[in-house]
Design a protein around this ligand. Structure first.
Ligand SMILES: Nc1ncnc2c1ncn2[C@@H]1O[C@H](COP(=O)(O)OP(=O)(O)OP(=O)(O)O)[C@@H](O)[C@H]1O
Ligand SMILES: [Mg+2]
Length: 293
């Protein structure tokens, strides 16, 4: 398999005129380690990868897969209509661009998950269309509201399987991932026997190891303890591409998103930049309470 990381690292280092020695000092590793990474003889662990992405101000998937994302249009929802017993989506229109970080908000039952299922192709709209300007197989990663895990596998096996599927097996060390997502003690546990919060953390880990142009997270932090929620927001900060997160967790929401989209009465009732909301001295929670009345 092609090792993109080694060429990315050496190109970034040369662009910044940073010697192997200096980069090694910043990362608290030996110069020989840098040399081995650039020769493809070894790979840094996930913590060092994150540090490297910070030093060079690039995203993890740019480092690992060479993906860059501009502000190009990547997904359009056009006149989406969907009824079950009652109409849920009445006329949903939304355009998502390459660097958007969108919080998709709305009351319980307003149709947020129905939108995700329509993007995934699990629900066929009655009217309207989803236009994907990317390869859905390779470039879409979704953490669904219900965990998609294989109950009979051990945690380590489940992660190894996903790494193989995403062709990232040699680039990412499973023990580092387990540690990062606080699942080391559960590595040999059968997925079905994990607690609810542990399953959610595993589902998040599996979603985040797939490099994607569009990452959709449907209530990712539900059931997680405080430490895991902190870890989630911290990790999300290092994800490239565009992100749509459905959440009812207003604690961190102001720090992370660039756009908020409110689904109400079957339509996108408001689509606002977070900068605008903040410039009016509002928090997103204030804005949401006002708009969702
Ligand atoms: N497969 C289905 N069959 C029948 N009704 C459905 C189906 N999926 C969703 N619905 C209904 O559509 C409405 C919207 O559901 P949806 O799950 O999209 O809401 P949501 O905004 O994600 O809510 P929450 O915040 O509770 O997750 C609800 O009234 C729900 O009962
Ligand atoms: Mg939902």
């Amino acid at each position: 398999m092609e090792n993109i990381f080694k060429s990315q690292l050496s190109a970034l280092r040369q662009k910044k005129h940073l010697s192997q020695e200096l980069l090694a000092q910043k990362l608290f590793v030996s110069r020989q380690s840098i040399s081995k990474w650039e020769n493809g003889e070894s790979e840094p662990n996930i913590d060092k990868l994150i540090s490297i992405s910070e030093i060079f101000s690039v995203n993890l998937d740019f480092l690992l897969a060479g993906h860059t994302h501009g502000d190009a249009l990547i997904l359009e929802l056009k006149n989406l209509n969907k009824s079950f017993k009652n109409p849920v989506l009445k006329d949903v229109n939304l355009s998502i661009y390459g660097r958007d970080r969108i919080a998709l908000l709305g009351s319980n039952g307003s149709g947020k998950t129905t939108i995700v299922n329509t993007i995934l192709g699990n629900i066929i709209p009655d009217k309207g269309s989803v236009v994907k300007h990317f390869n859905a197989q390779d470039d879409l990663s979704v953490m669904t509201q219900e965990n998609c895990l294989i109950a009979s596998l051990k945690v380590r096996e489940q992660i190894a399987l996903s790494l193989k599927i995403y062709d990232a097996y040699s680039k990412i060390n499973i023990d580092d991932l387990l540690k990062k997502f606080r699942l080391t003690e559960q590595s040999e546990v059968i997925v079905d026997q994990l607690s609810g919060g542990q399953k959610r953390r595993l589902a998040l880990l599996l979603t985040l190891i797939k490099p994607s142009k569009l990452l959709i997270l449907d209530e990712p932090t539900v059931g997680m303890d405080l430490e895991s929620i902190d870890l989630f927001w911290d990790y999300l900060d290092h994800v490239g591409g565009s992100v749509v997160t459905i959440t009812h967790d207003f604690n961190q929401i102001d720090n992370y998103f660039t756009r908020v989209v409110l689904l109400k009465d079957g339509v996108i009732k408001s689509d606002e930049s977070v900068a605008n909301i903040h410039s009016n001295n509002q928090t997103i929670e204030h804005w949401y309470r006002l708009m969702n009345q």
